[in-house]
Design a protein around this ligand. Sequence first.
Ligand SMILES: *Cc1c(COP(=O)(O)O)cnc(C)c1O
Length: 456
Amino acid sequence: MSERKKVILSEAEMPTHWYNINADLPAAGVELPPPLHPGTGQPIGPNDLAPLFPMSLILQEVSAERYIEIPQPVQEVYRMWRPTPLVRAHEWERALETPARIYYKYEGVSPSGSHKPNTAVAQAYYNKEEGVTRLATETGAGQWGSALSFACQVFGLECKVYMVRVSYEQKPYRKVMMQTWGAEVVPSPSPDTNAGRQILAESPDSTGSLGIAISEAVEDAATRDDTKYSLGSVLNHVLLHQTVIGQEVIAGLEAFAEDWPDVLIGCTGGGSNFAGFAFPFLKENISGGRSARIVAVEPAAAPSLTRGVYTYDFGDTAQMTPLIKMHTLGHDFVPAPIHAGGLRYHGMSAQVSALQASGLIEAVSVQQRAIFEAALSFASAEGILPAPEPAHAIWGAMQEALACRESGESKVIVFNMCGHGHFDLAAYEQHLADNLEDFDYPEEAIRASLQKVPSV
Ligand SMILES: *Cc1c(COP(=O)(O)O)cnc(C)c1O
C-alpha cells in the first residue's frame, strides 16, 4: 500500500473541550504574573475588564480549570471546516532529500483562510449570549478582521474593523472579504478615534501598527454601550480557544501511527496559533510523559521573544490596555512593513512569554527573504501557497529537515500551517521578481522604545 498522505478526523472525533495550560503551569514551576491596572499598578479584577469583554471571556482569562467545554453552538459552527487536515509532507521531504518525517496541520481550510475563526466564533458567541450587539477590533494582515467579520455574521452582530494602513493598502481584497461578511472597515490610524487623530496629527503618513489599531478599537468599545472589544491573539482566552488545533494534531498523529513528534514548530505574532498547536503537547512535556522540543519562529523585524525584554508593558501604543508581563520591544515600537502583517506586534502573549522565560520553549528569528524561499520550496512540492506568517514555521521546519539530512536522523517534525497565502500574492510577486527587502535588526529603534516601558 502506498503511504498515507493525510488524516482528517471524523466530526465525532472533534475536540469537545479546550485545554487550559494555566492548570499545568504550577507543576512546571512557571509563574504567570497577573495583568496590572495602568493607573494603580495593582492586579486588575474582572470588573476592570467588564467595559471591554463579556464576563464569560473574562472568567476564562483567569480560569485554572484544565478543560473547558466548547459550547454546542460553537462546535456546530466549527464543523463548517473542522476537523482540519493533518498532512504528511512526503513530496517536500523528497524535494529536501531528508530522512525526516514532516507533518503539517493545515488551518487554511477555514472560511477566512486561517486558524483565527477558532476564537472569533467563540468570542462572537459569548458576546451574543451577554446581549452585546456590536464588536470593535483591529486587524494586521486582515486575517483576524476577516475571521471576526465571519463570526459576527454567523451570530448577527455588527463589526467594526480598524485595519493597519500598510495592510489596508497591500491587501484591498481582505477589506472586500470583510465587507462581504457585513463589516465596516477603516484604515488605521483613522480619524474615527482620539488615538487615531492624535497619531495622524503627528505623522500623517503613518503606516500604522497593531499597537495603534488596538488603541483605536479599545477606545471605540470603551466609549460605546452597545460595543465590546475583541482581540485575535495575545490573551489567555484566545490561546485557549486555539487548543482545538493541537488536540486534533495529537489524534491525527495517532491515526498516522506516529509515536510522538521530536520537534513542533509554529510562527509567533501574539502567540495564539503557536500556543493552540503546541500547548496540548506541552502538557505532556510538563507531566513528564512524552516530550518534544517546541520552537517559535518570529520575524527579525519584530523579534519580541528573541530580542525583547521580559517585563510589564502596554499591549497597545496609546497605553490604554492593562500592563501585561511579556516579552516586549516597547509599546511604541513600529515594526518594519514586512509582508507577514500578522507578526508585526511589539509584544507577546503572557503565557508564551512565561514559558519562554522558563526555558520550556525555544525561539528563533528570521528575515523575510529566507521565509519566502522556504515558502516557495514548500509550495512547489506540496502545492499549497502559505501565508507569509506560517512561512516562518515552514522555514523553521526546513532547517530541522536539512539538519536531519546532515545527520541521517529521521526525526518527526510537525509544524502549524496556520493559513493560506491567497491574499498575499503581491508579496509573492515581489519575491518572484527578486524585489523583496530584508530589514536589518532595528537595534536603535528597539533601544529607544524600550526606554519608554513603564517601570513597575
Ligand atoms: C494572525 C495570524 C498570525 C499571528 O498571530 P498569532 O496569534 O501569533 O497566531 C499568524 N498566522 C496567520 C495566518 C495569522 O492569521
